[in-house]
Design a protein around this ligand. Sequence first.
Ligand code: C5P
Length: 230
Amino acid sequence: MELCVALDMPSMDENLTLVRSLAKYNIWLKVGFRSYIRDGNIFIRKIKEINPNFKIFLDLKLYDIPNTMADTAESITSLHVDMFNVHASAGKIAMQAVMQRLKKFDNRPIVLAVTALTSFNNHDFKEIYGLDIKQKADQFAIDAYESNLDGVVCSAHESMSIKHMTSNSFITLTPGIRPFGEDSQDQQRVADLEFAKNANIDFIVVGRPIYNSTNPQDKVKKILQHIVAK
Ligand code: C5P
């Protein structure tokens, strides 16, 4: 299981200070909507300057018509990020168009599909999608698998059944992780590290429990120790 730290702080300087403090760790960094829209590609370049071995997950959750999604996937690949994502609800044709377009690259990023946002509870999700989260998340995961994506973004509670229905090698990345039972804030479907380990998850995303802690470096160290501990 790998740790991906969400860089969602209020300014690029604060994010870069956090990144510098984590430079010695072998971790992934998640650049999301807020940071990317505000700071753009310069932010990605600056992260790589701090440590070229940092892996970057560009979390823009693409949702558009198939041709625009494929064009954008190609542009993202030219940024040399290591992973990005699309919404599974954009549909199989759009996901297939993305993967088809990326075939020409020898070294393409990992592509994941978002199933159900971890901030949804079942009631609110059902109002939009018409089905229970579990049922719909499973369906979205199968769609992504059949469209040749590498994996999905899902909650820790869905990871096991998704792997069971697709393949053990189909990647699961789970936000909403509160490593040692920290406050869930706006996240509805949270899990701690112990749960994540038992659920055979490939990547955990942790934001506020790290960057809002009094000592983010120490928190990352403890998480990494817990991940490797038997
Ligand atoms: O601060 P916290 O640990 O809740 O951050 C979770 C991160 O994961 C945020 O950047 C959020 O945008 C992202 N995310 C999520 N749920 C998804 C996909 C991404 O919370 N389904």
